[in-house]
Design a protein around this ligand. Structure first.
Ligand SMILES: Cc1ncc(COP(=O)(O)O)c(C=O)c1O
Length: 354
């Protein structure tokens, strides 16, 4: 068991479960650990608090900072639950290795998340599609100016209640000038710099009236990779296609779940390279029926338009079948209303400590 210090000033009563602004409301506690002298230490669950950090903190200068995004939800019987936490533990460690940071024991990650969620279970909004969003982050903590891997690191898991994520269908810009990731780069790691580098092209796309970017490969600028901060799927001739991951695409856990669910449900799925020209051709001959993005926060978001050079490809999200089916499937696994034949979900006990 991880030592726990509980808050004496819970903020829970000030939360309006019907109106939770995304990303701004934090639960009462956080998990905290430090890495020093080659070991993880000072592990604790304690009241969420500010950190005192020296201006030379290595992470701020040279970017050794990684994170995860996952959800705890409420089962229809009221128990808190997690879905595939070990996948997030593994991806966090894959990101850590790429960024030359220490890994964190997988079972300790799952224990920390489980204990934190049990303590914060009253913060999990009950409505379907809503969740307690969990944000693990690890960053370099050496006080040092100079490019080298840090020797000290801080690991935190914070929790944010979030309402159901309603998103209107997206307009994507297939981006030919800027790239998110290149072969041999850090695109497969969930590291801060990848997101920083995407902001400027995203802002430009927004100025042009788009919602998000459809990222193309760095070399030939023709293979589709991701949609904003989501993986991307399209349906052509009833085959569900998603770009195969080969180093520059984030290995989305929702992507993996969607592939497994659709295969089990008898859909034909393919992980393969697909170009923007293939999409346009399929749109022109009527075989392209859906494009959607996938990610933990929204599960699935429909795409209604893709702009590329002087072509605009349009879709009618009202006719989409697979995207809403799979979103409902995952939301139903997450609230226990669908039988979990994959063994992905774990019910936790509700801590009565607070
Ligand atoms: C760049 C990027 N691609 C894809 C995803 C979707 O991954 P997941 O389904 O694990 O949330 C995310 C979100 O984590 C992301 O940041």
């Amino acid at each position: 068991m991880i030592p726990v210090t509980l808050t004496t000033h819970s903020r829970l009563s000030s939360l309006d479960f019907d109106d939770i602004p995304f990303g701004k409301v934090f639960s009462d506690h956080m998990f905290y650990a430090e890495y020093n002298n080659g070991t993880w230490q000072k592990m604790e669950i304690k009241p969420l608090q500010k950190l005192e950090i020296h201006p030379s903190n290595l992470a701020w200068h040279y970017g050794q900072s990684i994170f995860e995004g996952m959800k705890a939800t409420k089962h229809i019987d009221g128990s808190p639950m997690l879905m595939r936490p070990e996948m997030h533990a593994q991806r966090m460690n894959a990101s850590a290795e790429r960024m030359c940071m220490p890994t964190f024991p997988e079972e300790m990650f799952v224990e920390a998340v489980s204990q934190l969620v049990s303590i914060e279970s009253a913060w999990i909004p009950p409505a379907k599609g809503s969740a307690l969003y969990l944000r693990p982050i690890m960053f370099a903590a050496d006080e040092f100016i100079g490019v080298r891997p840090s020797e000290k690191y801080i690991y935190i898991i914070m929790a944010l209640p979030v309402g159901p994520y309603y998103s209107t269908p997206l307009r994507l810009k297939a981006e030919e000038t800027y790239i998110r990731a290149a072969d041999g780069g850090t695109g497969e790691a969930k590291t801060a710099g990848n997101y920083a580098g995407s902001l400027y092209p995203w802002q430009k796309a927004k100025d042009e009236g788009y919602d998000q970017i459809m990222w193309l490969d760095a070399k030939e600028k023709k293979y589709i990779q991701e949609a904003g901060t989501m993986n991307i799927f399209c349906v052509i001739n009833d085959v569900v296609i998603t770009p195969k991951t080969s180093g520059s695409i984030l290995k989305g856990i929702t992507r993996d779940s969607i592939l497994k669910i659709l295969s089990a449900e008898g859909y034909q799925v393919e992980e393969r390279e697909i170009t923007i020209d293939d999409l346009i051709a399929a749109s022109n001959d009527g075989s392209l029926t859906e494009i959607f993005g996938s990610g933990t926060a929204a599960v699935v978001i429909h795409v209604k338009e893709v702009g590329y050079q002087d072509t605009t490809l349009t879709l009618d999200p009202d006719t989409f079948k697979i995207a809403p089916f799979v979103k409902n499937y995952i939301d139903s696994l997450r609230d226990g209303s669908m039988e979990d034949k994959f063994g992905w979900t774990t019910k936790l006990t509700q801590s009565t400590a607070v």
